[in-house]
Design a protein around this ligand. Structure first.
Ligand SMILES: Nc1ncnc2c1ncn2[C@@H]1O[C@H](COP(=O)(O)OP(=O)(O)O)[C@@H](O)[C@H]1O
Ligand SMILES: [Mg+2]
Length: 246
């Protein structure tokens, strides 16, 4: 279980971005974090893994407090896919990028190879094995970044805008893969259709505070609430465009 208790986070320039955020995420739950640009979604995800430390309040993951001392322990439990894939790809080829985490944690080469081929197969990206991560397209980078987080089979996965840059087929593959994964998932996203399909619960952030929280199907069908938070209904719930009039 993840417990966030009155979490406030401030950047080094003094800007306070999260204000007294409290929530819980149960094991195996899939939670969407939604909100307009600048609402604090990425800041919240960074706080989960100790990239930003609370100015007030605390976060506990499986009973371990997120602080400098526990960062390694926390990173073992929590896999992250950052908003910008360039932040997590730095080796000379795709295979080594995905292998970096497991090697760092002392996994055998045989284990690493098996897991990586499993990832390649799941996403259909076997052909990228020897490619230079820097030279991939945005969508390919995104998939490789996701593979680097999934390869360790962490008990909690955090995703920051996982479907951005993805073409429809890759987006679909990702959604189907995430559906099969039983670990706890926290997904910050503007892709409300994906949130509706994947998430049990949704939290709306507005200006760094929790604006609303509830079952995904309740929150994501509440147009008034979504508009108040600078969002709109998922596309699948919007009225069809009358193509004849376009
Ligand atoms: N490194 C930083 N230093 C100062 N302010 C930041 C930094 N990163 C983000 N912010 C500010 O924090 C607010 C929330 O940003 P962010 O968490 O990225 O929002 P979201 O992911 O919901 O779009 C924004 O107003 C942004 O300008
Ligand atoms: Mg963000």
């Amino acid at each position: 279980m993840i417990v966030i208790d009155k979490l406030s986070v401030q950047y080094s320039d003094g800007k306070q971005v999260l204000h007294q955020v409290s929530c819980r995420v149960n094991d195996g739950e899939s939670v969407g974090i939604i909100g307009a640009n600048g609402a604090g979604k990425s800041t919240l995800l960074k706080s989960f893994v100790g990239l930003l430390m609370p100015s007030q309040g605390r976060i506990e993951i499986h009973g371990v407090e997120v602080n400098q001392k526990n960062v390694r322990k926390i990173r073992e439990m929590v896999g992250v896919v950052f908003q910008n894939p360039d932040d997590q790809l730095f080796m000379s080829n795709v295979y080594d990028d995905i292998a970096f985490g497991p090697r760092n944690y002392g996994m055998t080469e045989e284990w690493v190879k098996q897991r990586i081929y499993h990832m390649f197969h799941a996403f259909g990206i076997e052909h990228l094995e020897k490619s230079h991560s820097n030279k991939l397209s945005g969508g390919e980078k995104r998939i490789v970044a996701i593979a680097t987080a999934l390869v360790m089979e962490p008990s909690i996965l955090l995703f920051d805008e996982p479907t951005s840059f993805l073409d429809p087929r890759m987006r679909r593959r990702l959604i189907e893969l995430l559906k099969e994964l039983e670990m706890t998932k926290i997904i910050a996203t503007h892709d409300l259709d994906m949130a509706l399909e994947l998430c049990d619960r949704v939290i709306i952030l507005k200006e760094g505070s929790i604006y609303a929280e509830g079952q995904a199907k309740d929150i994501l069908t509440n147009e008034t609430l979504l508009l108040e938070a600078g969002l709109e209904l998922p596309y699948c719930l919007q009225k069809c465009m009358d193509i004849g009039k376009v």
